[in-house]
Write a protein that binds this ligand. Structure first.
Ligand code: PLP
Length: 389
């Protein structure tokens, strides 16, 4: 089974998609092809580039194995593999927007995406506008004749608002705008963007696909209408990835289903428990029935991952720092999706619309694969330290 097999269960597809062992003497895993030069048998085939692989930057059996595995999950026409999650954001944007185009970006977007739009894209003459994550079908009123792309990310970075992706995609499609979605939080296991009208699905494979905090990689998957242009942009920019990293992500993908189930279960247990703890104002996790976006999450998603935020009751940066400094198991570090728990202070100073108000400082928690009781005890240390200020 290679590209197809969409009728199979998700863990079956994770285990078998991408490569066919029979292509390489029956070895279960594909080869790690270190490649720049590819030889041609004769001048005519060289002139015509009439063979499957032509040069290392354009793809190898290793990158194909990962790209085809991701296609099987996303239902996409094609996937490019790029050196980081941030590159998975910047490459499709650079490929599809031009000077004079209008770009709509959700205000609760991953901060480096905003930074790229506000610096490079503005310098290149792109008109950038931020919209409310709760805009829904109201996006129609923001779309102009020169709107080229509507960029979405759901749930929101750090604050976890759920966007009405089908309503946004419908309005964008009616206006011939391309819809891109950063789907890193849900992975294609828990949300399939292309099934909801999105044209281009973006992932920081650094997170759950890699799963071990040791690889940076991104994937961008496109529907039939956008695939050719996306692949051309990828080749034009020369932003291919190293084969060892690509291989590590394919390896991670095989166990992503079981890891995610554990992240989901532990994160939900901790989030629900946190709602009842003194010193906690709110828990920003869309799969909690108390969350304002729960109905929307339940309608569109089929699971939740291991990252959410907690709002402390009152206080400010001193309480936030006291909480973080008291933690012994949670590490203080960026990124997420690995096996280990992490905590970061949330900064909302870049937001124009989706900035609260919140009752106190926000802390984002990535729930790793450790035992829930140990993580709860660690969080208690944080809450007690914050309360003691
Ligand atoms: C981490 C992240 C990225 C960037 O991934 P890197 O591999 O760290 O560059 C992009 N989008 C979202 C939502 C992320 O969380």
């Amino acid at each position: 089974m290679a590209k197809d097999g969409s009728e199979m269960g998700i863990n079956t597809r994770l285990a078998h998609s991408g490569n066919n062992p029979r292509d390489y003497f029956g070895f279960v895993n594909p080869p790690v092809v270190h490649a720049s030069t590819v030889l041609y048998p004769d001048a005519a085939s060289m002139a015509a580039r009439s063979q499957k692989y032509t040069y290392g930057t354009r793809g190898t059996p290793t990158t194909d194995a990962l790209a085809l595995a991701v296609d099987a999950l996303e239902g996409s026409a094609g996937t490019i593999v790029v050196p980081s999650g941030l590159a998975a954001v910047t490459i499709p944007l650079l490929t599809f927007v031009s000077a004079g185009d209008h770009l709509l970006i959700v205000d609760s977007v991953y901060h480096p995406t905003r930074n790229f739009a506000d610096t490079m894209l503005k310098r290149l003459g792109v008109e950038v506008e931020y919209y409310d994550p709760y805009v829904g079908a109201g996006i129609a009123a923001l779309i102009k004749p020169n709107t080229k792309v509507v960029f979405t990310e759901s749930p929101a970075s750090n604050t976890f608002e759920v966007q009405d992706i089908p309503a946004i995609a419908k309005a964008a499609r009616a206006a011939c705008a391309i819809v891109m979605m950063d789907n890193t939080w849900a992975t294609p296991l828990y949300f399939k963007p292309l099934d909801h009208g999105v044209d281009i699905s973006i992932h920081a494979a650094t997170k759950y696909p890699a799963g071990h905090s040791d690889v940076l990689l991104g994937t961008v998957s496109a529907n039939e209408a956008c695939w050719k242009q996306l692949y051309q942009g990828f080749c034009t920019l020369g932003c291919c990835s190293g084969p060892d990293d690509v291989y590590q992500v394919l390896r991670g993908l095989r166990t992503m289903g079981v890891r995610l189930e554990h992240h989901q279960k532990s994160a939900l247990a901790i989030a629900a428990w946190l709602e009842g703890q003194p010193g906690v104002a709110r828990v920003l996790h869309p799969a909690l029935p108390s969350h304002p976006d729960y109905a929307l999450w339940k309608r569109d998603f089929c699971g939740s991952s291991g990252i959410f935020s907690v709002v402390l009751k009152g206080g400010g940066q001193r309480q936030q720092h006291a909480f973080l400094d008291a933690l012994k198991i949670f590490g203080l570090g960026y990124s997420w999706g690995g096996y280990e728990s992490l905590a970061v202070p949330v900064f909302l100073g870049d937001r124009m619309i989706a900035k609260g108000p919140y009752d106190g400082p926000l802390i984002r928690l990535q729930i790793g694969l450790e035992d829930v009781e140990d993580l709860k005890a660690d969080i208690m240390r944080g809450l007690e330290a914050a309360a003691a200020i």
